[in-house]
Design a protein around this ligand. Structure first.
Ligand SMILES: Cc1ncc(COP(=O)(O)O)c(C=O)c1O
Length: 459
């Protein structure tokens, strides 16, 4: 009874959602009534490159990159934007961003290696993460990296030893733990973060304290969380200056800036989705601040905070992930069969689910269209399933869609953040990725083959 009521309410939210507008992703409907990107029919993309398929709209990508660059132009000179590689670590997507002047934020020896391979200068690369190998520290130092952000005390000793062995100086940052529930960074209240900075400052021949780092939120629609974190970081920088006389030149604000077209489920929404399969209320477009005013508020508040604290305004480092790539990519997945039973949900069996490529749909709201008729009426609830043989391989529960049949292609929006990163080859190879630009589609990652799946085996 309660479930039926909740489902009815969810259905009307889905029907009335402002997200039922493909132009939000700069997509169109063509003369055949099909979803189309940069003049290319989505169904033709599937016919040519196969299904499932990830599609990147380069124009949309560069539009979001440009909007952030414009907004950051008002930050203190020397501020930098460093794309968070983990969000979508695909060279064909990273390269155009680097060509436009975006640097790299990496969290693993692999990502560091990739940034170097893609030609990103050390001065435009920032190394975060909890498991940095000595070899990777060595190559980061050799490249003159912008900063290696320390996650725990032990890293300082290792970094000092590696820099000492090389006879070089390493640029270092300190990640502040902003919540006792977060495993990342160094605690402020117990004095751990302060002690880390003092340890760094006590080795001036090998370690150079360059930045204080904060990151704790995700898909933030307004700057309130960032304002609070920046405020704590500035106070920390002020206390450090009082105690040591040292002024840290960079404030690294991490990532976490949101997009209007997805939202993270809160605890209650996630619980209801898990328990009853009730899809939560879609995000409201007007609750997400445009990036220009988001950044303006943040920069002004940092400048005011510095004035109050008597600190020079630090240069800012931004580590956006979702903000730059989320809306530039969508997933095309084919419906293989529809199972309607006398009782229970109607299942749409597709070739992509959370165990292969749509994992973020587990805890985020994502819009979906039928590529052959994107403006069709939503008239039936479906449990949209993946193709791995476990009941947990679903894409959506109780999703309101136009009536489906085998052969339909679903387009799942905002696949540009964390879809590829979390994707797995559980029983099936991972899909291809194409980039669309000026009416042309180019393969930027081929679909895995069976041979790829066994390439590392030695049996
Ligand atoms: C340290 C750090 N920086 C940046 C990001 C990118 O976050 P987002 O995609 O929310 O911008 C993350 C994501 O978890 C992160 O952990």
């Amino acid at each position: 009874m309660i479930k039926a009521l909740l489902l009815r309410r969810s259905g009307s939210w889905q029907r009335q959602s402002g997200l039922r507008d493909i132009s939000l992703w700069d997509l169109e409907s063509n003369s055949a009534g099909h979803l189309s990107v940069q003049g290319i029919d989505a169904l033709q993309l599937v016919a040519r490159f196969g299904s499932p398929l990830l599609v990147v709209n380069r124009a949309r990508l560069m539009k979001d990159v440009g909007a952030l660059q414009d907004a950051v132009a008002h930050a203190p000179p020397g501020s930098k934007i460093l794309y968070s590689y983990k969000t979508n670590c695909v060279p064909g997507i990273l390269k155009p961003m680097h060509e436009a002047g975006i640097g790299a934020e990496v969290i693993s020896p692999y990502e560091l290696w990739l940034a170097e391979k893609l030609g990103v200068a050390g001065a435009m690369t920032l190394y975060n993460g909890v498991d940095k190998s000595d070899e990777s520290l060595e190559s980061a130092i050799r490249s003159g990296i912008l900063a290696i952000n320390i996650d725990h005390m032990e890293e300082i000793h290792r970094l000092r030893a590696v820099a000492g062995r090389l006879g070089r100086k390493a640029n270092v940052g300190v990640r502040l733990a902003l919540s006792s529930r977060s495993q990342f960074g160094l605690d402020i209240d117990s004095g751990e973060a302060h002690a880390a900075c003092k340890a760094i400052l006590s080795s001036p021949e090998h370690l150079d304290l360059q930045c204080v780092h904060v990151h704790l939120t995700s898909n933030a629609k307004d700057p309130s969380a960032h304002l609070a974190f920046a405020g704590r970081a500035l106070e920390f920088m002020r206390q450090l200056k009082d105690a040591t006389g040292y002024t840290v030149p960079y404030l690294d604000l991490g990532g976490g800036i949101g997009v209007p077209t997805t939202k993270n489920m809160n605890g209650i929404e996630y619980g209801l989705y898990r328990l009853f399969g009730v899809l939560p209320r879609p995000p409201r477009l007007d609750e997400c601040k445009p990036i220009s005013s988001f950044m303006e508020e943040l920069i002004q508040s940092i400048e005011a905070g510095c004035k109050r604290l008597g600190l020079p305004t630090p240069r800012l480092l931004m580590e956006p992930g979702r903000l730059l790539t989320s809306r530039a990519e969508f997933l095309l997945a084919s419906v293989r069969a529809v199972k309607q039973r006398t009782r229970g949900p109607t299942f749409a069996m597709t070739d992509a689910g959370r165990l292969s490529v749509t994992f973020p749909c587990d805890f985020e709201y994502h819009e979906a269209f039928v590529a052959g008729r994107p403006s069709a009426r939503l008239d039936a609830f479906y449990d949209v399933m993946g193709r791995v043989c476990t009941s947990s391989d679903w894409m959506f529960k109780n999703r309101l869609l136009p009536r489906l049949q085998a052969g339909d292609v679903l387009a799942v929006m905002d696949a540009g953040a964390y879809f590829s990163s979390y994707s797995s080859n559980f029983a099936f190879p991972r899909p291809a990725i194409v980039m669309v630009q000026d009416g042309e589609a180019t393969l930027i990652r081929a679909a895995e083959t069976f041979e790829h799946l066994t390439a590392m085996d030695r049996a």
